[in-house]
Design a protein around this ligand. Structure first.
Ligand code: PLP
Length: 284
């Protein structure tokens, strides 16, 4: 695989960053994952806008402009002959000459930019046919989940807790209300009404979420953006998650409680179809 590090395309074995990189030492960095279908990028402008917002919130900047980032994405697709999968992008506050809690001077410390491809079948996914089982876990993450930082230890532990419980993923719960999945936004459906947590500092502002809610409204589905409790979720007709790498994925059980007949619901299946069709059309 050819990867990108700070201005250079290299074989992955040769790509290196400093041991003093603040991403490595302090999780002082942000990232984006953009999916690729037919060798094209899904919603690159949305990911670029959120990246800029994450950088702004942390007082960081990209070493290159968004136009150059688009070119790097496209170069990596070409160099790796990627037709379906994802591109991972990470920007950290760079590698000063020592470990120090105080941010380095941006005049002397350049941010570190890394991108790589991950080939993966996104459309023909077995999980889309069977649906996911989730468990609920306490949301003990920090209070700025709207910033897409590389601090992913707790979500990673959440996936392990789900695995240990024989489930696929975990929904995080704060004060009785679902915030989001470990790496996705969470939704429940009752009748024709879709409920998902409103935007705020408590959740990541999913790029897939924004697109799916728009498609749902255009398809005359009712959308309510508000907190919903884990108890309400267990009584719902159906549920699903969204993320760049899973699109729309049905959820069929929460904490061992089956939703509906325990198979992917019609709203989730329809939204998955619409999302794939529309985002494929708009891919660049
Ligand atoms: N919420 C969390 C915590 C995530 O990590 C992600 C994606 O990685 C999402 C939501 C979904 O965001 P997007 O649709 O932009 O991939």
């Amino acid at each position: 695989r050819t990867v990108y590090v700070n201005g250079t395309y290299l074989p992955e074995e040769e790509a290196k960053v400093s041991v003093f990189d603040r991403g490595f030492l302090f999780a002082d960095g942000v990232y984006e994952v953009t999916s690729v279908l037919d060798g094209k990028l899904i919603d690159f402008p949305g990911h670029a806008r959120r990246l800029q917002r994450s950088l702004d919130e942390l007082g960081m900047s990209s070493p290159v402009g968004m136009d150059v980032l688009l070119t790097i994405h496209r170069d990596l697709i070409a160099k790796n002959d990627l037709s379906e999968g994802m591109i991972y992008l990470q920007i950290t506050r760079g590698a000063p000459s020592d470990r120090d809690f105080v941010f380095p001077d941006p005049e002397t410390t350049q941010p570190t930019l890394v991108l790589f491809t991950q080939a993966k079948g996104l459309i023909d996914s077995p999980a889309a046919r069977t649906g996911l089982k989730v468990i609920s876990i306490d949301d003990i993450r920090w209070g700025r989940r709207d910033i897409k930082t590389v601090q992913l230890l707790y979500p990673s532990m959440g996936k392990m807790m789900a695995k240990a419980a024989g489930a696929d993923d975990a929904w995080m719960v704060e004060n009785g209300f679902v915030t989001e999945g470990t790496s996705n936004n969470a939704y429940i459906v009752s009748g024709n009404r879709i409920v998902t947590r409103n935007l705020g500092n408590e959740i990541l502002h999913g790029i897939t979420r924004a697109a799916v809610l728009q498609f749902a409204r255009e398809a005359q589905m009712e959308v309510e953006e508000r907190p919903f409790s884990i108890d309400e979720a267990k009584e719902a007709d159906e549920a699903f998650i969204t993320s760049a790498s899973t699109f729309v994925m049905p959820v069929v059980a929460i904490d061992g409680v089956s939703l509906g007949d325990g198979t992917p619901g019609p709203v989730a299946r329809r939204l998955r179809e619409i999302y794939i069709e529309q985002s494929r059309k708009a891919a660049i």
